[in-house]
Design a binder for this molecule. Structure first.
Ligand SMILES: NC(=O)c1ccc[n+]([C@@H]2O[C@H](COP(=O)([O-])OP(=O)(O)OC[C@H]3O[C@@H](n4cnc5c(N)ncnc54)[C@H](OP(=O)(O)O)[C@@H]3O)[C@@H](O)[C@H]2O)c1
Length: 198
């Protein structure tokens, strides 16, 4: 399975390391274009190549690791999101002070879903720092717990298989409406927790 990563910052690279270790093929992209990703790809090593946002978005699974404020432009750049499995690790914070965006009580992922019509959205990989996300998911005798949620059962099963293959212990928090509110930073109770499933 090929995974396309949009956003090559801290979270995009940490996720890339884990899925490459797990044996997936990866295309990684950013706003500046494939030519800017030579060093990143060299550091990552393995079955990864740089690409355009469109090439990454043509993959079987898309990891959308861009800041909340840049989401609208990426959403518009891809003309058809229909049927695409998209992992949403986005936290709805706004610079310069990174306070929470005004969501009127909704989960940010519900808004992401509206911006990507027809996509099968799964919120996951948003509750850790890049350092913890790229660390070994095996600690002591257990596996680090990673939360995920979504409305499409088949997309959730595919994302769960990626979570399992990396070595995390996936915990399903439910639908986007319920689970994404729990996972959401900074308002939810789950971000920052480092739990080990024994
Ligand atoms: N950092 C954390 O602790 C943390 C934890 C959990 C979740 N998150 C979430 O993960 C997401 C990424 O965070 P980050 O810390 O990795 O951010 P980051 O280091 O600032 O990297 C952002 C990446 O997004 C790319 N980007 C921005 N606009 C784009 C566009 N229009 N098209 C394509 N790529 C675009 C940037 O491209 P360029 O490189 O070309 O500028 C950059 O590679 C955010 O939504 C954040 O809320 C972050």
């Amino acid at each position: 399975m090929r995974i396309g990563i949009i956003g090559s910052g801290g979270i995009g690279q940490a996720f890339a390391k884990q899925v490459l270790n797990a044996g997936y093929e990866v295309i990684i992209s950013n706003s500046r274009g494939a030519h800017s990703l030579g060093e990143v790809v060299k550091q990552l090593g393995g079955n990864v190549r740089p690409g355009s946002v469109e090439e990454a978005a043509a993959s079987e699974v898309i990891f959308l690791a861009v800041p909340w404020i840049h989401l609208p432009s990426v959403a518009k750049q891809i003309t058809n999101w229909s049927g695409k499995i998209v992992i949403d690790p986005i936290n709805p914070v706004v610079p310069p002070d990174y306070k929470m965006a005004e969501l009127h009580g909704r989960a940010s992922s519900e808004i992401v879903q509206e911006m990507l019509p027809g996509a099968k959205l799964v919120k996951a990989f948003n509750t850790f720092t890049p350092q913890l996300l790229e660390a070994s998911p095996i600690e002591g005798n257990g596996h680090r717990v990673l939360f995920y949620c979504g409305d499409d059962v088949s997309a959730k099963a595919i994302v769960k298989s990626i979570i399992d293959k990396i070595g995390f212990a996936g915990v399903d928090t439910g639908t986007l409406k319920e689970g994404a509110l729990l996972q959401q930073y900074p308002s939810g109770p789950l971000p920052g927790l480092n739990l080990i499933s024994l």
